[in-house]
Design a protein around this ligand. Structure first.
Ligand SMILES: Nc1nc2c(c(=O)[nH]1)N[C@H]1C(S)=C(S)[C@@H](COP(=O)(O)OP(=O)(O)OC[C@H]3O[C@@H](n4cnc5c(=O)[nH]c(N)nc54)[C@H](O)[C@@H]3O)O[C@H]1N2
Ligand SMILES: Nc1nc2c(c(=O)[nH]1)N[C@H]1C(S)=C(S)[C@@H](COP(=O)(O)OP(=O)(O)OC[C@H]3O[C@@H](n4cnc5c(=O)[nH]c(N)nc54)[C@H](O)[C@@H]3O)O[C@H]1N2
Ligand SMILES: [Mo]
Length: 801
């Protein structure tokens, strides 16, 4: 989230698309209800199916799964055509005025630079045109035909209302009502927020779905203000924290790129040169990287050995190591062993039968979990297997639950909150941290004194957290915050970090959570001194306890809030800065997302006073994404891999950069006419391990179902509650028909299309058993992140007998 949960109460309009927030993130509705009651806020919900979120919305509109870019692209066109954008904001705080390289083009569904063979773009033309001084050319009047604003306008002019509703199936009057209502937040005194989750991301165009929300919000001046922003409603408890700490293969803790085995990353010097931009706050990257290496290898990380940079694993630059890719590698027999730590892919993984097959090809597997899961038992008769025919040796380590251990978690709003242990673990169960500590200690014992260079990263691993078998979590948090290596004094925050090896810091974005005064995640001051619900002394938020990201954008060029109602920080020329003793300072209701003493009209490298987007080298937000996004600088509509219709916006059917792993598993519309999506129910959690072992939850939703409209049920002669078969190229499952009004047939370009929905909470363990929805979902992922396309695929449905 750019903002945070409580801040939803400051919104004038919430556009919820790709999320069933009322059921899956219920706390959001506490604050949206507050906004509606106190400031007349409007709630809009866009979802293929009418849910409890829709029931609480002022406007609900259906769309076909997988068509959000068309939907939002049309809103952008509406805003630009009707001059409803926030002009001062767009001109000054985005790259609207920048002139784009002459070679940049978009034709027949493709941007310039596409290599059809490699399915990859050469992004060299996705840049600005520069003047003789090497600086980008700009036209602040936004009239130049090659400026970002005009190119954006041209790109989305093709997304006229009639075309859009032909793609999405949304009734035209509803669509226009949403355009009008949401565009009204483009005024300086109004804020609109976008709330999204898996309905947005689990698509072959998932990343560009999120990008297009950012463009919409920037046009309306909705970023950096209370009640505005783009809100990623995170899923699993602490999924925010796990990405912050580098769980994903392409990032180290703090969103630093993982090094690859390529010449440009061969040495620390080369890596830092490549990964450090020339302008913007990220010029500090070397301080973060070197301090991280000091946290990893302590005294063994010295200036002479480039701080042990050569110990960091380097990934193959041409390989992908995401979920699908790893399971495909297991399937091919390239991976011999796997540790599955709190995950249950036999139920939750895409094309789960294939993933189960992949597990059979491992020599060993370790599962660390609270409950016996389908994944731990994948080799059993219960799973339909012959145990004698499976070679994989399976080890189970019992883990304890969140109530049985202490630690912090990061919420979607980036708040780091401490949780204390409520009760002792059951049986032999241990906290994950303890299990990790024992493992690390044993590994270090095994490699102690080894002269082999490949053992050095473990031999020299700096593991100073424990007392024998016991780990001291306080020491872990202290290292995450960082300290001065010599004095052992905690640094105040990442502004104190150095690139010479004198500081150590486990994760720069978290630096500031544990200064000398103590662990701020434990703070519990319930007084809100800001009046807008910021609660700055409740816990701690990264970065630097900042609650609204990019908040410099809430003030105009001179540092005055665009409107009193939306004031967060402002420039006070008389306020004295305690550090410098000089007048002039950013003050207000949040920690400035800016240098506190850099005046709005001046500069203080790498800060430029009127450029709020400090993490970008331009200092302004990107309506046009320069190099970076795999499929282009502007989001473009492509159909899901499995779609009932042809793409009518452009001639390219599927996202041109996605990797198609197994072409023969594609389900085609003739045989499999219905659009299927998967979703959650309030009563279950994820793969069900945590709810199907609780009898009272099982009573609430006891069995697998497929939800369909009355029209489809009538057409197929299916009665409510009857068993049906749902099938496609990947699998065939049995489910009970749940016939509802919540799905309605939609019209796509003159063709009637039916959508159905499946929960994915069931499996063969626990008290409530049922078919696994993921036996139907494809092994295909988004072009940038590889998140699986769980939300749009094709199936056929028939009566079970
Ligand atoms: N009770 C409960 N709460 C949970 C969870 C749980 O299992 N149970 N899981 C947690 C986790 S890990 C996560 S990630 C979040 C997920 O939270 P959500 O994303 O809200 O979860 P889903 O129900 O999977 O999907 C949301 C909605 O997306 C809609 N949808 C499907 N395709 C599209 C599309 O193409 N466009 C649009 N606009 N909408 C589409 C679906 O109909 C569904 O209503 O929930 C978290 N909260
Ligand atoms: N079809 C379809 N599939 C999906 C999705 C979808 O929308 N549709 N959503 C996807 C999403 S968003 C997600 S997040 C994934 C989730 O996929 P998984 O992470 O595999 O699902 P969970 O059921 O949350 O599994 C977590 C496991 O962790 C265990 N656990 C709980 N607490 C702890 C702990 O403290 N320590 C340890 N070691 N274990 C613990 C639980 O018992 C459970 O078995 O599924 C994905 N799969
Ligand atoms: Mo999730």
């Amino acid at each position: 989230m750019t903002n945070h949960w409580i801040d939803l109460r400051n919104t004038d309009c919430a556009l919820i698309l790709g999320s069933n927030a009322a059921e899956n993130h219920p706390i959001s509705f506490k604050w949206l209800t507050h906004a509606r009651e106190n400031r007349g806020a409007k709630i809009i919900h866009v979802d293929p199916r009418f849910t409890r979120t829709s029931a609480k919305a002022d406007i609900y509109a259906p769309l076909r799964s997988g068509t959000d870019i068309a939907f939002v692209g049309g809103m952008i066109n509406y805003i630009l055509e009707n001059d409803l954008y926030f002009k001062d904001y767009v001109v000054n705080y985005t790259n609207a005025a920048y002139i784009v390289d002459d070679g940049f083009d978009f034709k027949d569904g493709l941007f310039s630079g596409y290599d059809a063979e490699k399915k990859k773009y050469n992004q060299d033309t996705w840049v600005y045109k520069t003047g003789p001084d090497g600086k980008p050319l700009k036209d602040m009047t936004l009239q130049h035909p090659r400026c970002v604003f005009q190119l954006l306008k041209k790109h989305y002019a093709r997304y006229d209302v009639d075309t859009v509703v032909k793609v999405t199936g949304t009734p035209k009057d509803k669509y226009l009502e949403i355009c009008k209502t949401y565009a009204a937040t483009g005024r300086p005194d109004k804020a609109g927020t976008i709330m999204y989750a898996m309905g947005t991301t689990q698509h072959t165009v998932g990343s560009q779905n999120v990008r297009i929300y950012a463009i919409l919000q920037l046009l309306l001046g909705n970023i950096g203000i209370p009640g505005g922003g783009v809100q990623a409603l995170r899923g699993e408890s602490n999924v925010q924290g796990s990405t912050d700490y580098g769980l994903l293969f392409h990032i180290l803790p703090g969103y630093i790129a993982t090094p690859s085995a390529s010449p440009e990353h061969a040495t620390l010097k080369a890596f830092l040169e490549k990964e450090t931009p020339k302008a913007g706050f990220k010029v500090n990257t070397p301080k973060w990287v070197v301090s991280y290496l000091k946290a990893m290898w302590g005294p063994a990380a010295t200036p002479a050995n480039e701080f042990a940079y050569h110990y960091l694993p380097k990934r193959d630059p041409d390989k992908n190591y995401s979920h699908i890719a790893l399971f495909e590698a297991m399937y091919r027999g390239e991976i011999k062993g796997a540790m599955l730590w709190g995950q249950n892919p036999v139920v939750g993984g895409p094309n789960s039968s294939r993933e189960k097959e992949a597990l059979k090809r491992l020599d060993w597997m370790v599962a660390v979990d609270l409950f016996p899961t389908e994944t731990m038992h994948f080799w059993t008769r219960e799973a339909g297997e012959d145990p004698a025919a499976i070679k994989t040796e399976v080890f189970v380590l019992p883990a304890c639950s969140s109530y049985e251990k202490e630690g912090s978690i990061a919420s979607s709003g980036r708040w780091i909150q401490w949780r204390w242990k409520a009760t002792a673990p059951v049986g032999e169960a241990k906290a994950d941290l303890e299990i990790m500590h024992l493992l690390a200690t044993k590994l270090k014992e095994a490699y102690a004194g080894s002269p082999r260079p490949e053992d050095a990263p473990i031999r020299d691993l700096f593991w100073d957290y424990g007392h024998g078998e016991e780990i001291d979590i306080d020491k872990v948090v202290r290292e995450i915050n960082g300290y001065d290596v010599k004095t052992k004094k905690q640094v105040n925050n990442f502004l104190d970090l150095k690139d010479d090896g004198t500081t150590c810091c486990g994760n720069w974005i978290m630096s500031g959570v544990y200064p000398e005064e103590g662990n701020l995640a434990k703070r519990r001051n319930t007084v809100d001194k800001t009046g807008i619900g910021q609660f700055l002394e409740w816990a701690w938020a990264w970065p630097l306890n900042r609650r609204i990201l990019y908040n410099r954008a809430s003030a105009d060029l001179t540092g005055k809030p665009w409107s009193a109602d939306k004031a967060v920080i402002w420039w006070d020329p008389t306020a004295i800065d305690p550090k410098t003793g000089k007048p002039g300072k950013w003050v207000g209701k949040d920690v400035p997302d800016f240098k506190a003493t850099c005046p709005p009209t001046g500069s203080d490298f790498p800060f430029v006073g009127n450029q709020p987007f400090i993490m970008l080298d331009d200092g302004v937000a990107g309506l046009f994404a320069k190099k970076g996004m795999k499929e282009g600088p502007f989001p473009e509509h492509y159909e899901p891999w499995e779609s009932p219709v042809k793409n009518i916006i452009n001639p390219v059917q599927v996202n041109p950069v996605v990797k198609i792993w197994n072409p023969d598993e594609q389900s085609v519309p003739g045989r499999f006419p219905y659009v299927a999506t998967t979703y959650r129910v309030s009563e279950h959690w994820q793969t069900g391990a945590m709810t199907r072992n609780l009898p009272w939850q099982c009573e609430l939703v006891p069995e697998m179902f497929v939800e369909m409209s009355k029209a489809l049920a009538d057409q197929l002669g299916i009665a409510n509650g009857e068993w049906v078969i749902v099938e496609n190229m990947r699998g065939r499952i049995k489910a009970k028909a749940m016939v509802t009004e919540r799905f309605q047939p939609i019209e796509i370009n003159g063709k009637k299309v039916h959508q159905v929905g499946l929960p994915w909470h069931f499996g063969f363990k626990g008290f409530a058993k049922g078919a696994i929805a993921n036996e139907l979902t494809p092994h295909i992922g988004d072009g940038n992140t590889m998140i699986p396309e769980y939300k749009a695929f094709l199936v056929n449905i028939r009566r079970a007998k």
